[in-house]
Design a protein around this ligand. Structure first.
Ligand SMILES: Cc1cc2nc3c(=O)[nH]c(=O)nc-3n(C[C@H](O)[C@H](O)[C@H](O)COP(=O)(O)OP(=O)(O)OC[C@H]3O[C@@H](n4cnc5c(N)ncnc54)[C@H](O)[C@@H]3O)c2cc1C
Length: 352
């Protein structure tokens, strides 16, 4: 019987399994997909998460560092921030490919159809039978069926909106800077990616022409391929009220959904996983309070990240023309002196 069974081989399930195996725990991972999803999702890996990945020997050689952020209104720079150490830009599917190489006993095309939470051990149901484990980690994503079958409530938090996003070739003059345009009609975000590409994100309804919107609000012309590359997502925020129930632990998006605006969901999951490993080892050694204190501490951090993401979303909403000079002044103040240092720390997750 493995010590730990992990459900879901997204970045967080794979990472926690690799970290546990490195500490000598027999750990198996069950993933329903037969290959890594190529859907564009996370791109920014913040310094504390980079430090966790380096514990495993991941050097992220293809990642593109961003050391500078700018706030603009059209071509006027309102303020700048420095990220030291830099945020590393690496598309999620490439990070997952690297993580996969560090984990053993990963069974793809193996959907978990149920979990039994017993007094002495748990059981994971997979096609063809059931597997026992001392602890089950449910890292099965935002729609976690294991959370759905448990007593955990999925509570909605502030911060919701529909966004359009495209990753396209970059021949702009923006270089290695992450740029936020505080346009009167709504914020536009843009981040450099590896291989001379850039991600563009704007709050807008499905069917909006993203290239046209970006052109109007920023003055940057996106390539004609933008229309084919545009996808949409709903940013929403939820927190499970119980992360640990008997022998089942919720981890990553299964425990918290953080709005992608601010780019912290995967990063938070990475930090939760690193913090979980020593607590889980203590729990297996008989320390019954270890997992509860992990849950308490990490839930507090998730609440902070959600509050920050809700703030990020609210400052980017459309405003009447007369209010735009006030927003510009507010952004200038926020990106000045000591306040800029606090904002830099928040953006690089230095305090999470
Ligand atoms: C557009 C977008 C942009 C984002 N940008 C950022 C960003 O820049 N920075 C950031 O930190 N975060 C970002 N995020 C959030 C980030 O993508 C998630 O936080 C991250 O994917 C969570 O990882 P996870 O492993 O918990 O869940 P997932 O990545 O969802 O993985 C869950 C896995 O579980 C598997 N699974 C589900 N059910 C079962 C089952 N019953 N049996 C077996 N396997 C199962 C799934 O197939 C999947 O592989 C973004 C999200 C979106 C949508």
């Amino acid at each position: 019987m493995p010590d730990v069974a992990v459900v879901g081989a997204g970045p967080i399930g794979t990472l926690v399994a690799a970290l546990l195996q490195r500490r000598g725990l027999e750990t198996a991972v069950y993933e329903r997909r037969d290959a890594i999803s190529q859907r564009p999702r996370a791109v920014g890996i913040h310094p504390p998460a980079v430090a966790v990945l380096r514990q495993l020997g991941l050097e992220l050689p293809g990642a593109r560092p961003i050391a500078r952020g700018e706030a603009r209104d059209h071509d006027r720079v309102l303020g700048a921030m420095r990220f030291a150490p830099p945020v590393l830009m690496q598309p999620q599917h490439l990070l997952q490919t690297e993580l996969d190489a560090h984990v053993r006993h990963l069974r793809r095309a193996t959907p978990v159809t149920g979990v039994e939470n017993g007094a002495r051990s748990a059981r994971v149901h997979v096609p063809g039978g059931a597997v026992g484990a001392r602890i089950v980690i449910a890292a099965d994503g935002v729609d976690s069926s294991i959370r759905g079958e448990s007593d955990a409530a999925w509570r909605r938090h502030a911060g919701r909106g529909r966004y359009l996003m495209a990753d396209v070739g970059d021949d702009s003059e923006l270089g290695d800077a992450a740029v936020l345009w505080f346009a009167q009609r709504g914020v536009v975000e843009s981040f450099p990616l590896p291989s001379s590409r850039r991600r563009w994100v704007a709050r807008a309804a499905i069917g909006t022409d993203l290239a046209q919107l970006v052109g109007e609000r920023t003055g940057v012309r996106l390539p004609p391929s933008t229309a084919d590359q545009t996808s949409s997502f709903i940013a929403a925020q939820h927190l499970a009220d119980r992360w640990v129930q008997g022998r089942i632990v919720l981890l990553g998006d299964a425990a918290h959904e953080i709005s992608p605006i601010g780019g912290q969901g995967m990063n938070l999951g990475i930090l939760d996983a690193a913090a979980l490993v020593p607590c889980l080892i203590s729990a297996l050694d008989g320390d019954t309070a270890a997992l509860d204190s992990w849950e308490r501490e990490r839930k507090g951090t998730a609440r902070k990240a959600m509050a920050q993401a809700a703030f990020n979303m609210s400052v980017g909403t459309p405003i009447p023309a007369f209010a735009q000079p006030f927003r510009r002044a507010g952004v200038r103040v926020l990106t000045w002196g000591p306040l800029a240092r606090r904002l830099e720390a928040a953006f690089t997750m230095a305090q999470l």
